[in-house]
Design a protein around this ligand. Sequence first.
Ligand code: NZQ
Ligand code: ZN
Length: 388
Amino acid sequence: MLNFEINNPTHIIFGKDQLDKLPAYISKFYPGKKILLAYGGGSIEKTGLLERVKAQLNDFELVLFPGIEANPQFTTLMKAAELIRRENIGFILAVGGGSVIDGVKFISGAVNYQGDPWDVLLRKPGCVFGDALPFGTILTIPATGSEANSGAVISRSEIHEKRTMGGPQFFPKFSFLDPTVVATLPKRQVANGIVDAYMHTLEQYLTFPTDNLLQERQAEAILSTLIEIAPAVYENPANYTAAANLMWCAIHALNGNLRCGVPTDWATHMIGHELTAFFGIDHARTLAIIAPRLYEALFDKKKEKLVQYGKRVWQLSGDETAIAQEAIAKTEAFFQSLGMETRISAYTDEFAGIERKIRQRFEERSWKLGEHKDLGYDEVERIVKAAI
Ligand code: NZQ
Ligand code: ZN
């Protein structure tokens, strides 16, 4: 087993009808009264969640910041940071999905950063966020795990960029996870949530067999549970039991646990982010596009684990090469059963040359990805071309 350290300080409040605990949790981490309530494009206004949250916060002075986009935009977030400085606000409450929560992580770091925060996202030498403003979250879509991790992904559409950031100061202080929020999600977002959680698990599992037997089984448990509950929650997001299991799976898929003592891949995510940067394709859909083609391209390196995955998660038996191939096919079919297209050309007509553009970016950034840190630029180009 590889050495590791883990510390996840986010306090989780899971279940329905718990919002009355919100004021106490905010006060635990912030002695003041002025807070920024950050949210997205208006779903929480329509569902009534905004009113329910506000009703709990009569003792606080709320400054609202709506309009954080799906794939949160640098320029929008910089306005929030400016507002916080101007209004002297000491705590942020993020009410939304991965985009709002990621956006709030960035804002919380950018507020006190001297210099251009974009430099941090570009990872320029010496450019790092220091202390972050404390923040808590009320999750509205189970997908990213951002509600209990310290990473974020920030977009800058005007220059077709999507960049990652993170650090221990970016764990939410608390997160409210109420599965009833899933009921109002469009099917497209339910599918996105299932696939994102599934792929977070595969990124930390589909590498090569390891001697961390518990982690192997925990990953397989998440994958199997997602397969089990996916049809129910996709068909009826108001199914509380299915929604609760999706929410619990999604958090476990990326709260740091699965990476303990094992190699991780993440190449599908890094290539996928470029597809969002260039074409605006939903994050989870980029993963459904890239993963099957990446597993085919790296078949020999991943074969042993594909066999284990095929046997334990998909209950396949017989010839090992056939099991590994079938495991990839089953994975793609699972994504498609949730209404997902798994080719770039299904989302855009502007795909000409995309494989070279992504290759060039990876080369410029000197990225070495995959569990062996040896994913070649030729391979990246081949994977993207095969995904068109
Ligand atoms: O903006 P509003 O109006 O709120 O609508 C949102 C948005 O349009 C809507 N929605 C959310 N909750 C809803 C709802 N509609 C009805 N009822 C509800 N209860 O859903 C749409 C998508 O929301 P978004 O927050 O963008 O979805 P998701 O949670 O999938 O987040 C995606 C973002 O997270 C990043 C992705 O790259 C992407 O930018 N990721 C963050 C990660 C992390 N921090 O650990 C890891 C992931 O791999 C991922 O990269
Ligand atoms: Zn993801």
